[in-house]
Design a binder for this molecule. Sequence first.
Ligand SMILES: Cc1cc2nc3c(=O)[nH]c(=O)nc-3n(C[C@H](O)[C@H](O)[C@H](O)COP(=O)(O)OP(=O)(O)OC[C@H]3O[C@@H](n4cnc5c(N)ncnc54)[C@H](O)[C@@H]3O)c2cc1C
Length: 572
Amino acid sequence: MSAPESSFAKALFFGVVAEELIYPYPRIADEALGATHELVTRVRRFTEAELDSAAVDREARLGPGTLARMRELGLFGLSVPQKLGGSGLSRMAAARVLSELSAADASLGLVAVAHGSIGLSALLSFGSEAQKQRWVPSLSRGEQLSAFALTEEASGTDAGTTRTSAQRTGDGWLLNGVKPWVTNGENADLFVVFARTSRLDEGQKPRLTPFLVELGPGVTVGPRRETLGLRGAGITQVSFRDVRLPADAALGDVGRGFRVAMEVMADARVALSAWLFGQLRALVGWTVNRVQRRHSFGRAIGEFPVLKNKIAKMLADAYAVESMTFLTAGLVDRGVDDTSLESSLTRVAASEALWRAANEAMQIAGGSGYGTSLPLERRLRDARGGLVVDGTNETLRCFIALSGLRGPGERMGGVERAMVEPVKGFGLLRDFALRKVREAIRRERMEHAHPLLSRETVLFEESTEALRRAAERSLRDHGREIAEMQQTLVRIANVVIDLYALSACIARASAAIEQRGESGARREIDLTTMFASAARGRMHANLGRLEHGDDALRKSIASRAYTDGGYPFDVI
Ligand SMILES: Cc1cc2nc3c(=O)[nH]c(=O)nc-3n(C[C@H](O)[C@H](O)[C@H](O)COP(=O)(O)OP(=O)(O)OC[C@H]3O[C@@H](n4cnc5c(N)ncnc54)[C@H](O)[C@@H]3O)c2cc1C
């Protein structure tokens, strides 16, 4: 039985390198390059000349006319086809534009993502023809804005505890509930609201359904959510009290809302990664500039080896994140239908690289970094939201590992069943045995990688094989309990994140070498080498801890702290 090669990342769990999915590294089509460049330039001119991000943050609102300017630029329907009112860009081009907007201001970037890549995207993917005709043109042109309302006070990660309810009435639905975390809530005209459409039955997973809800009687926007950062993103509570909805307000099949939420968010993570990368690029630029202007002991601080090391790390991180983001966007453009793993792991890597960079930039700015006169503290506050915004990195890691393990798990289950009934399972056992022989004699190769990157490629190939073995061993050791073995899942996810990042860097640097030769691609080669060296250490550590972890010790330390009510010692 072969691996599901429709997902590059899922195939890695089988030890399979589905390189035809990532080679050649995707590019924005030649005929679209000019228009993309033009739009990026217009966004830059707008943000440089008209946007006061310090004021947006201080006043927690976008300046007058900002949404109108974004509308004029076509930023609300970037990848919606032109015939539906959008800008008709590919995902790659849209990601590039979003990253430019987000580099200038993370709040603005999030407004564009929450509308175009979440609210509007839900409608495009799951709406009926009538719903699309009614809403998509005005939403794509930004004449009306959308927001996505899933999280509740007691249910973020655990959407199963959703309290907002929609009850059937004679001719429609009656909606009641409160959504405390709605990005764009302040500006939205249309809300995609997730409500329980089954009875509240403690212990039972509710059936969720998303509804299209217009601003109107019973819908109360506010109060505004006081947040650490992203203060211009219009994050508000939105309450729904006895809101009457027509029968056709449900988005997609009634009761299938979990699937809608999962698919919409998985897709949105491509745009969210571009949002994060834009912020990261801006921080790298700011820091590189700073270390050349600030002097200490008669030298620019950037001349000190310690600072050069920090700058190099930021660059390698940025290169990896950008490569992953645009590779994933390119997969969507190529019509690969399952990119849920790639987009989730890119979003995790991007948010953590951004957080590290924000922290380092602040450190490099010394005491001034801690002050409020530089933009760094705002950038750091904005960056913090990226680790949580669409689900926390911890739960995303568990999702990444569990959905990657599902394929090998099903195959192992099949093999075990086949062993009980060998005649029925003959084909399966034969395939399994053949695969074992094949694995014993050769590892999967990434043959399209450029030979100048052979060390990095071998690291990728060997680590892919190590992941396969680790996945198989973890499934064998823990069986159905694997979902509870969260530290195992986190380590497996960490390895896959590094593998995908490495493959993206190798594929992109290979393309650069082919286009510009070794000396023309020197920067890409060096960044790939540096990223690979750091990834080698991390993957080694994660794989090692799978076998020799001290999880039991850590669990017992935490459990005792719960009993003690905190830190139990004192020196007096
Ligand atoms: C800037 C920003 C914008 C947002 N915009 C929106 C929006 O537009 N629409 C919307 O619906 N929501 C939005 N949210 C809410 C966001 O999606 C949730 O905050 C997020 O999903 C986490 O849920 P929670 O806050 O309830 O945390 P919880 O689920 O309570 O998690 C608390 C902690 O427990 C951990 N945890 C929880 N469950 C598990 C588990 N099973 N295993 C291991 N660890 C676990 C988490 O990792 C976290 O560290 C936004 C949040 C932010 C910060």
